[in-house]
Design a protein around this ligand. Structure first.
Ligand SMILES: O=C(O)CCC(=O)C(=O)O
Ligand SMILES: [Fe+2]
Length: 352
């Protein structure tokens, strides 16, 4: 490879350190007290709720084990992902994402206006997924989206749908624990997802990169949705901005664990009690890396605002309400190209 395309070069202050700190502190939480069981001992779940609350508050990130998602399903999707990305660019582009398809394959995502060293395939959790046609608040048209399915590997659609079904169960469990940890009813968040959702799975492939000091697999960002449930492989590279000292620290791969992070929506719902934390992905000069996040997102028409139970005269709402679907479309419109302005963020809705 010759000169690096300048589109990939991070500003000096955002370039990765090549000997990152490893975060031993990211909590690993054992979900066995609630998975596939009726809870007989409420104190077991009390401890779990506390652990989740502390992890959300101190880190915004945690890993879960004994989470109930069968390992074989994850492995089947990981294998399908490898096969899909091993095809020629021409074949991958048969399911290319563009303005008319919204999901599918692409390799041109920009985070904060710098191109990411990766290629991805996006797949909505529900079919159809309803989203506004534009981010214009006066435009009330809604589009019904279906997924593109690659011809190769075989049974791709069946494999990914089965995986989504299981991870979705985990997502609901986690939302219950998070609700309890905020002192809310366990099913408080369900209404935002149960009738419709805009969740999607992303298959990420980070090819080896000869410029690890200049480029990132994914530039620093916060996830805009409610909750992210991420399967990373054994290569490693995900870094999280540690809240106590703002240092970038690596999330150590743990076999068969999921990495969970609180997105912007939970930050708003909790009125900043739980913050959505910045993260990024380093590249590797020798190894390719694969990861599979499921972005668990509410219905497009969900109005996102601090929950009434959590605000009062001493703790007034810190955000103006916004419509999730409009927010998402606004973001997506700006992720395709290099722009001169920052894309939409929740702080644009901040009151205080
Ligand atoms: O690949 C990873 O580990 C994380 C990717 C990520 O943060 C994202 O896609 O939002
Ligand atoms: Fe992310």
């Amino acid at each position: 490879m010759g000169e690096v395309d300048p589109a990939f070069i991070q500003d000096p202050e955002h370039r990765p350190k090549l000997s990152p700190i490893e975060a031993t502190g990211i909590p690993v939480i054992d979900l066995s007290p609630i998975i596939n069981k009726t809870v007989k001992d409420p104190s077991a779940i009390e401890g779990l709720v506390k652990e989740i609350g502390t992890a959300c508050k101190d880190w915004g990130f945690f890993q879960v084990t004994n989470h109930g998602v069968p390992l074989t399903l994850r492995q089947r999707l990981e294998e399908a992902s490898r096969k899909f990305f091993s095809q020629s660019l021409e074949d991958k582009r048969k399911v290319n994402r563009d303005e008319t398809t919204l999901t599918g394959y692409y390799d041109t995502e920009h985070t904060k206006n710098v191109r990411d060293w990766k290629e991805v395939f996006d797949f909505f959790a529900k079919e159809p997924t309803l989203l506004p046609v534009s981010s214009d608040e006066h435009d009330h048209r809604i589009h019904h989206w279906n997924n593109q399915s690659p011809q190769y590997p075989q049974n791709f659609r069946v494999i990914i749908q089965e995986y989504i079904g299981e991870v979705e169960k985990l997502a609901y469990k986690l939302l219950e624990l998070i609700a309890l940890s905020l002192g809310l009813e366990a099913n408080r968040f369900e209404e935002f997802f149960i009738k419709q959702q805009t969740s999607f799975v992303r298959l990420n492939h980070y090819p080896p990169c000869p410029y690890p000091h200049l480029a990132l697999g994914v530039g620093r960002h916060k996830d805009g949705g409610a909750l992210t449930i991420l399967a990373q492989d054994e290569v490693g590279g995900l870094e999280v901005k540690r809240k106590i000292d703002q240092e970038w620290v690596g999330v150590k791969p743990t076999p068969d664990a999921y990495i969970i992070n609180v997105g912007d929506i939970i930050q708003v719902w909790s009125n900043d009690e739980y913050e959505s934390v910045e993260h990024r992905v380093m590249v590797n000069t020798e190894k390719e890396r694969f990861s599979i996040p499921l972005f668990f997102n509410p219905a497009h028409d969900a109005e996102i605002k601090p929950l009434e139970e959590l605000i009062n005269e001493h703790n007034p709402a810190k955000y103006r309400p916004y419509k999730w679907g409009k927010f998402l479309i606004h973001r997506r419109d700006t992720n395709f190209k290099k722009h001169n302005v920052e894309n939409l963020q929740i702080y644009h809705y901040k009151i205080i």
